[in-house]
Structures are given as C-alpha cells and as structure tokens.
Design a protein around this ligand. Structure first.
Ligand SMILES: Cc1cc2nc3c(=O)[nH]c(=O)nc-3n(C[C@H](O)[C@H](O)[C@H](O)COP(=O)(O)OP(=O)(O)OC[C@H]3O[C@@H](n4cnc5c(N)ncnc54)[C@H](O)[C@@H]3O)c2cc1C
Length: 386
C-alpha cells in the first residue's frame, strides 16, 4: 500500500485541474492522477472558448451564470495569465427550425441576464465582416463570450495547486478501486494501490469504463470531435462562430460510423484559424480520423467563409468528448458508494470548470454545495442503479 491522501482526483484536464486547485487551496491533502500527461485528452484538443450560448440551456443556465462571474477574477486568483480575452460568439442560422431553436435559447439566456441578440442576416457583417450571408436568416450573437489558452488554463491551476501541496502522478492509469463495505477507500493503478478518503473522477470519455469496474453503468458516451488548424494569417475574425446546426445535430443522434460536420471557427491570438468541427461516433479511443471528416470540415467552413479557400492547413486532430443522453453532466456523489464523486461530461467545459472545481471542493469540505446539482447526480441514468 502506498501513501494515503485526503482526496485523489483522477483526470488532469480542465475539470480535474480545477478540482485539484480548489482542494489544495482549501488545505486538503490532494493527489492528481492521469494516464497521460496533464491536458492529455479532450482538454488538449479544443479552442478554449468560453461559450455562454453553447449549453443544454434550461437545466444549466444557472450554472453558466454563476460560472461567468468566477471568470472575472480567475487570472488574479491564479496569479497567472491564462490567455483570457473577450471575443464575440455568433451562431449563424440557416433555416426556420434553427431560427426557432435560437429564439428559444435567446429567451433562456436573457432570463439569466446575458445580453444576447438575434440579428437579421443583413446585420451579421457588422459583427463578423467576412461571413457570407447568402442563404442565412440571421444569427444569435453574444458580444461577451471569450477565449482562454487551453494549456495555460490547465497549467495555471496546476501550478498554483502545486504551490499548495498537490502531488501529481502522470503516466499512471487507474484500473479499479479499493472498495470496502459500500465505501471507496482508494484506487488501483498500474503503479500500485493508493488510499484516500475520497476519490473524484474527472475522467471524461473514459468514465464509463471505470464505472464498470464497480458494477455501475454510468451514462457516459462520447464522440470523436475533430478539427484542424491553419497557418497564421492577419487578424480576420472577430468572433467564435459556430453554426446553429450544432443544436440540430448533436453527438447524441450521430449514427455509428457517420461523420457530421458543423461549423466551428475561431482565430487564435497568434493568427491561426481553428477549423471544425466534425463529430464521429467511434467505438475506440484512437486518434486517427476517418477520411471523410477533414474535407467535411473544409466544406462547412467554405460555405460560411468562402474567402478562406486558399488557407493552408497545418494539421488536424481528434479527441474523445464525453456527453450523456440528456446532455447534462454527471456531477456529485455516487449513491450507495461513499467516498466517490463524479465530475464529468460537461458540454461547455471551459466556462464551467472554475465553478465545478469550487463545487466539488465544497462537497468534500462541507458535505454540501452552493450550486443546485440535483439534475446532475450521477446515478440518474445508471442502467445498473443500486
Ligand atoms: C475540436 C474541439 C473543440 C472544442 N472546443 C471547445 C471550446 O471551445 N470550449 C469548450 O468549452 N469545450 C470545447 N470542446 C470540448 C472540451 O474539449 C471538453 O469538453 C473538455 O476538454 C473536457 O474536459 P475534461 O476535463 O472533462 O475531460 P478530459 O480533458 O478528457 O480529461 C480527462 C482526463 O482523464 C484522464 N483519464 C481518463 N481515464 C483515466 C484513467 N483510468 N486513469 C488515469 N487517467 C484517466 C485522461 O487521460 C484525461 O487527461 C472542444 C472539443 C473538441 C474536440
């Protein structure tokens, strides 16, 4: 048996790094494990957008509202620049169904105090000058979304957590749990067993595999989300633009083996264009992408931004992104298994990570939390509920 901790956090992505940071600052003796390095899975593969509009709205808008406030003080709190910058968010609308969906979203977003607007097609160029508006009905626009640098965000949390005693174990895979009389007392890993009073799983797409070692079947599915990056160009885009079709074709209704591409495009502060996003319902965790996906991404980018026809692409990639059947995360204690907490399968992970870190810390140090997590409890869709 190896060293004992108060808490073991598994998964060093956006969520796990924030959980570890909040625990360490609260004086909790914490260890962080990852089968790879930090930001090894989906958190290495994304745009870092702080998306106010991209969410499973009615159930999560309160979470997003609280999370947005936390971002305001984040860099000051971490004493680290995470590349935070404010950019607009635009969801161009191509048909009546999307317009109806965006009207519904607008109501919910406004009720939470966000100043989003539904713009007619003729006003889209005011917010995104290069967009081709032909065939568009308009767009849902939010002027205060934002972007972070994904690596600086994760690193900023880990760096501060280290200063407060975090112990890190990279390249160590968790293979199971130490369990006694309905209580999780630690983890089994490829480097031996480790004890802790509480284990927190921030394991993204692989969470279901770990649940199976406990006889649980948590509803965590995943798609391979694929994107590519261009050579740097002069500043060309003002917003993060994602087609409203995202809300018609989510991962949940993607047929096995099919590739679905919805526009998602941003420009990084270094001038690179991030171009996506194809989704592929895979039955493996490999990172090779199906042949059809990158041409499908190019086609959707050129439909909205034909002036990028000559763009030179540097590379493409994919990563497994977790989701659940009801599009809500698994957040909270696991019923019938003391000492185990899940924090995974968030849709707009960047924006909610600081709040989730704080929420898990409160659950562990106080036994309750400020955020209402009733609709997110892990066992709600467990097919082998205990
Ligand atoms: C192209 C693309 C663009 C995206 N853009 C955005 C965006 O702009 N904004 C946004 O909010 N989201 C975006 N996303 C989604 C976002 O990347 C994910 O939601 C987010 O990274 C999930 O973070 P996480 O910490 O929950 O999981 P992950 O980053 O997947 O971390 C899970 C960690 O757990 C570790 N792990 C798993 N199992 C084990 C085990 N058994 N033992 C040890 N370690 C284990 C993994 O190695 C991994 O490091 C995008 C995704 C893609 C693919």
């Amino acid at each position: 048996m190896q060293s004992a901790f108060d808490v073991i956090v598994v998964g060093a992505g956006y969520v796990g790094s924030s959980v570890a940071y909040h625990l360490c600052l609260a004086g909790v003796k914490t260890a962080l494990f990852d089968r790879g390095a930090f930001a090894a899975a989906a958190s290495r593969a994304n745009y870092g957008n702080i998306q106010i509009q991209d969410m499973e709205l009615e159930k999560s808008v309160e979470m997003i509202r609280l999370a947005t406030r936390k971002f305001e003080k984040l860099e000051q709190e971490l004493d680290w620049k995470v590349g935070l910058r404010r950019i607009g968010g635009l969801l161009p609308i191509e048909n009546e169904n999307q317009w109806r969906l965006m009207e519904e979203r607008l109501k919910v977003v406004r009720s939470a105090g966000f100043q989003s607007e539904l713009l007619p097609a003729e006003r889209l160029k005011e917010v995104e000058p290069l967009i081709d508006t032909s065939g568009l009905l308009g767009g849902l626009y939010h002027d205060k979304e934002g972007q972070v640098d994904p690596f600086q965000f994760v690193w900023g949390h880990l760096r501060r957590a280290r200063q407060h005693g975090l112990k890190e174990f990279y390249g160590v895979e968790v293979t199971g749990f130490l369990e006694k009389s309905g209580r999780v007392e630690g983890i089994r890993t490829t480097k031996g067993d480790f004890n802790a009073k509480t284990v927190v799983l921030c394991t993204g797409a692989r969470t279901r595999l770990l649940g199976k070692t406990l006889g649980r079947d948590w509803d965590v599915q995943y798609v391979l989300g694929q994107a590519m990056v261009s050579e740097p160009i002069e500043p060309a885009l003002r917003c993060h633009t994602a087609s409203a079709s995202f809300f018609e074709h989510t991962g949940e209704n993607t047929a096995k083996g099919a590739v679905i591409a919805n526009l998602a495009i941003s420009q990084s502060p270094h001038g690179h264009l991030l171009l996506g996003e194809a989704m592929y319902e895979a039955d493996h965790f490999r990172q090779d992408v199906p042949y059809a996906s990158l041409p499908a991404v190019s086609k959707s980018v050129l439909r909205f931004f034909p002036s990028f026809r000559k763009l030179r692409i540097l590379r493409g990639w994919s990563a497994p992104v977790a989701h659940t059947s009801d599009s809500c995360p698994l957040l909270g204690p696991v019923a019938g298994l003391d000492g185990l907490i899940l924090a995974t399968a968030f849709r707009s992970t960047v924006i909610i990570s600081p709040l989730v870190g704080e929420t898990v810390m409160q659950l562990i140090t106080r036994g309750n939390c400020d955020l209402n997590i009733e609709g997110f409890l892990p066992e709600r869709n467990n097919k082998n509920a205990h």
